[in-house]
Design a protein. Sequence first.
Length: 273
Amino acid sequence: MEHSNLTQFRGSEATLPAPLFSFLQQLGEAQNSGEVWSNFKSLSKAFGLPSVTYIHSGCPLDPSIDEENRWHILSSSEDPRTRKLPSMPLLDAFFAAPPTRAVSLTPKLVQMREPQMSDEEYARQSDLLVKLGMPVGLTIPLMSGDAQENAVILVGTPRSEAECNSILERFGCGLHLAAMASHARYCSLYKQEFAERAQLTEKQTELIALVGAGLLDKQIAHQLGISFSAVRQRLAAVQHKTGARNRAHLSAMAMRIGLSPDPLMANAHIAAE
C-alpha cells in the first residue's frame, strides 16, 4: 500500500499524509480516552472511512461492560446492534476463547467470508454490516503488552467495494499505524480515569496504592495517621465502589491502573544482569 501525496510538510514529516501527521500530534496531546476515540474517528473519516467501531475484549475496570461477554464497544453508529459484532464469524480469527488472546494480527477485509460460514451466517453478517454503515472496509486486530488489552478496530464505508479498495491502497498503512497507536494511548488513559469513573476520593485512591504496595492494615494506619478500624472502613468502602472481591483483587487492580509498579518490570534489571 502506498500513501498519496497529501502532505505539505518537509523533512521527516513528508513521509506521512497530512491528516495522519496531525493525528499523531493530537494523540500525544490527548487528555482523556474520549479524545483519543474522537480523534481516530475524525482521521478515519478524513481518509474516506466514516464508519468506525472499536471492540475491546479486556476492560474489566469498566462497570458498564456486558457481564456475559466482557466487551467494551465504541462505535460511530448509535445502533444497539453493534453489540452483536463480537459474536460474528468475521472476528473469530482475532480472538480465542475466552476473548482475551488474539490469534491473528493480520488485517482482513470486512466483507470476506470465512470458509466455515454457512450461507445463513454470511447473510446475517452482511446485513448487520450494511446497517452499521460498513458493508466494505477493514478489520484491524490490536495487541499491547497487557494480555487483557486485545482489541479490533473496524473501519468501513457505505461506498462501493472498488472505492473502498482504492482508499485502502492509499491509506491502509496509515490507518493501521493510527489504530495501533490509538489502542495503546486509549488503554493508558482509560486506566488513569478509573478513579474518576469509580468516584473514588483522593484518600481512597491513596489507600488502593498502599494496598498495591503490599502494606498491611497496621502499616497503612501508621502511614496515614488513622486508626486500624478506620483503615478497615475505608477498605470496605473502596471494595464496594470498585467491585474488588478481596485484598488480592484490590492489589492487582492497583497495579493495573498504575498506582503500583508491576513487580516483573520492577525486577527487570535482575534478568539483564
